[in-house]
Design a protein around this ligand. Structure first.
Ligand SMILES: Cc1cc2nc3c(=O)[nH]c(=O)nc-3n(C[C@H](O)[C@H](O)[C@H](O)COP(=O)(O)OP(=O)(O)OC[C@H]3O[C@@H](n4cnc5c(N)ncnc54)[C@H](O)[C@@H]3O)c2cc1C
Length: 412
């Protein structure tokens, strides 16, 4: 028997287990999946909790509900990967060997990386919404907040779902309007980027949105520290931004097991071949989702597109055939823009988000780089799609590779 080990049973690991279980011959392969948690979170839903749109129950389900039968599931933290010996050690002392390893251990926020962030005000007037605990604490805070300066600060890139901070400020603009207190709330987005987003055309478009919604934007702000006593954030070039409530997206880093295993870069992301998804260092190790060091977005849609490429390459590797260089960096994100509308972007390593129709060229029903009600419904339906189709590895009507069909070419 050959053993395929999947480390991490979040979005990417669960999709891979569901796609591989039906195609790997059960008399030849044992699939084992290891995760430390028994719960699966629909992380895109964290965005909606502070505004009372989703409850914690809407975004949490038992992980086991999504693992296919025939896959051995171990619920224990992995202490270390020993890639030279083709095995992992668990924190309970067990050792599990493998022939092929898929690393899908994701990434998480590290507020302790920013000086002062946790020294005064953490979860009192400083919050995150990248964890369920942070999102719930912020929901409770917003219920009784009487207004002031709301500052949303991105510490450094890359972060999971780079559009989530923008969605947060758009939703805040809508929510405080609904509460009849928008005139009492100043909203400011502070980013290390030169604009609202990582890619120029979308950045221009979304920057105009911010202006229209009276949301201030401070760019190229590399945060050095938080001064909780003075209620301000300070950059390395000594600029400061005052806040009454600070919503932070702290440094995102790959899982600690990657550091302990000596397999990561300076942010614990695993060096990965850009188009094949094989580890740059080990022939029988593959990497998917947020754990990679790739310049693609860290998003569930990306994990889904990567999974098609990875299934094929894993089968090729097992048959000692050449890998296909077919992952093109494809990412697809609905951006909730408030007041029942949304924007959709679709892009890859080389092509930035462009206007057009999606997924059917000329028809849609979704519009690219345009604010529509249909895009909002796409975003809201995504939760159902995630639990019922995406995680279960079902065929979706969107190709893993990005297509130019339906897109208008527009110069940068
Ligand atoms: C606020 C927010 C909004 C988002 N919005 C969107 C969106 O609109 N669209 C979109 O596509 N994506 C969105 N995302 C991003 C998306 O949720 C992630 O990109 C996706 O979940 C990544 O999947 P993953 O499998 O790589 O990581 P995860 O799903 O995080 O899974 C990693 C797993 O590894 C396990 N693990 C880690 N270390 C160990 C260890 N040592 N031992 C055992 N198990 C371990 C963890 O328990 C976890 O289950 C959003 C994320 C956030 C936080």
């Amino acid at each position: 028997m050959k053993r395929l080990l999947i480390l991490g049973g979040g979005t990417a690991g669960t999709i891979m287990a569901n796609k591989l279980a039906p195609v790997l011959n059960k008399s030849e392969w044992q699939i084992t999946l290891i995760d430390e948690s028994r719960l699966h979170y629909y992380q895109p839903g964290f965005l909606f909790i502070p505004f009372g749109i989703y409850s914690p129950d809407d975004v949490t389900k038992p992980s086991r509900d999504f693992y296919p039968s025939g896959v051995e599931v171990i619920t224990t933290p992995v202490d270390v990967i020993e890639p030279k010996d083709n095995r992992v050690r668990l924190t309970d002392g067990r050792q599990i060997g493998y022939d092929y390893l898929i690393i899908a251990t994701g990434c998480r926020i590290h507020p302790e990386e920013i000086e002062g962030l946790m020294d005064g005000g953490w979860r009192e007037n400083i919050f995150d919404f990248y964890t369920i605990e942070g999102a719930i604490a912020l929901a409770n805070y917003f219920k009784y907040w009487e207004g002031g300066r709301l500052v949303v600060s991105i510490a450094e890139m890359p972060i999971k779902c780079p559009v989530a901070p923008l969605e947060f400020v758009f939703l805040a603009d809508w929510w405080f309007t609904e509460q009849g207190m928008r005139n009492k709330v100043e909203i400011e987005l502070v980013t290390p980027l030169p604009g609202a987003f990582t890619k120029p055309i979308a950045s221009r478009y979304l920057g105009e949105f911010l202006q229209r919604k009276n949301i201030a934007l401070t760019t190229e702000f590399a945060i050095a520290r938080v001064d909780g006593a003075q209620k301000k954030i300070v950059s390395w070039d000594n600029r400061d931004v005052a806040y009454d409530v600070l919503v932070t997206i702290p440094t995102n880093m790959g899982a600690e097991v990657i550091v302990r295993s000596g397999m990561g870069d300076e942010l614990n992301f695993v060096p990965t071949e850009k188009h094949t998804l094989r580890s740059r260092d080990y022939e029988n190790v593959f990497v998917i989702g947020d754990a990679t060091n790739l310049p693609s977005s860290k998003a569930g849609s990306v994990a889904h597109f990567q999974s098609d490429v990875l299934v094929e390459n894993l089968l090729r590797a097992a048959e000692r055939r050449e890998l296909k260089e077919s992952y093109d960096g494809h990412a697809n994100c609905f951006i909730e823009s408030g007041f029942g509308k949304g924007v959709l972007i679709d892009f890859n390593y080389d092509v930035e988000p462009l206007p057009g129709k999606f997924p059917l060229p000329g028809i849609g029903p979704f519009s690219l780089l345009e604010e529509t009600r249909m895009n909002h419904w796409g975003k809201m339906t995504f939760r159902w799609v995630y639990w019922n189709l995406l995680l279960k590895g079902a065929e979706m009507p969107i190709e893993a590779q990005m297509t130019m069909a339906g897109k208008m070419r527009q110069p940068a």
